[in-house]
Ligand binder design. Sequence first.
Ligand code: APR
Ligand code: ZN
Ligand code: ZN
Length: 361
Amino acid sequence: MAQQVKAVIARAKGAPVEVTTIVVPDPGPGEAVVRIQACGVCHTDLHYREGGINDEFPFLLGHEAAGIVESVGEGVTEVEPGDFVVLNWRAVCGQCRACKRGRPQYCFNTHNAKQKMTLLDGTELSPALGIGAFAEKTLVAAGQCTKVDPAAEPAVAGLLGCGVMAGLGAAINTGGVGRGDSVAVIGCGGVGGAAVMGSRLAGAAKIIAVDIDDRKLETARKLGATHTVNSRTTDAVEAIRELTGGNGADVVVEAVGRPETYKQAFYARDLAGTVVLVGVPTPEMTLELPLLDVFGRGGALKSSWYGDCLPSRDFPMLIDLYLQGRLDLGAFVTETIELDAVEQAFERMHHGDVLRSVVVL
Ligand code: APR
Ligand code: ZN
Ligand code: ZN
């Protein structure tokens, strides 16, 4: 029996989001229905609402979520009803060229539920990042559910579903930050803050946080930054070089997604160092760099999608570290809100007032 539940949708470009009733079908083969307990508010949800991702309105928003599996469809073996899970947008296929080469963290053919959730009049919804979790319940592919220790707070666990995982992974997985490294993180919102925290976890000796907002720099200190640079008043490249013996950092994480901050990252890294771009640029942005510098400085220029995470490998491990008190994931939850407060949360996010607002159901 399909169920009717409350959910937050974006009906039309630029219009405020609204709470409405949606229809969630029973899970078909390979699918699961999850009762959502918490879901973080992310920039990508706002991009959907603004029509910046595509035009397939109405969108069912929300994608950084944790909850309890309610029912599963035929052939589902990875999870069962009652499991506490974090939802992911990298349900690996096992068949594509990346998966076949043993690199499922780059899977090129990730999957979502086949059936559609709808409005009461039958209009099909487009779930944000194939999840759609600002809802009492949602329908996903079973592979989008990763079981983690149920002792974890849902509002905290759900954050691994997107931004916080992206930042942690940008440092640990993509950047390969290791013991003794120097790291600079440009842009210290939820994503950059997580890159700071990931660098500390990995044993970086020096972690330089760069932002134009002093509030973010203060938070970055709490997350593990050893030095902070306000790049509105100080030249970021010079400051990072100065703090690293004149050389630049071993790894620089760009968590803004703009050409000028990318250039800072490029020139603030040491010779043979690594730049990781985890901030998401817009389609019209371009970058110009002397090719000789690209060649001459050596090293690696990398991009990080979802922190190059493999949910089945990374989520349970990070939750365990959190439960042991070794990774303060709770620091990213600035506030918890009700389902009907998503629009106001967008506003606060836009003003830089929060790392994450999290809807708790
Ligand atoms: N230099 C340094 N920091 C900057 C600059 C700049 N020119 N412009 C903005 N920032 C800072 C902001 O002050 C803020 O602290 O970057 C941070 C961005 O953080 P959030 O807005 O909270 O965004 P976040 O969720 O961290 O995502 C960052 O990663 O996943 C992508 O789409 C996401 O592109 C976005 C980026
Ligand atoms: Zn694959
Ligand atoms: Zn997100």
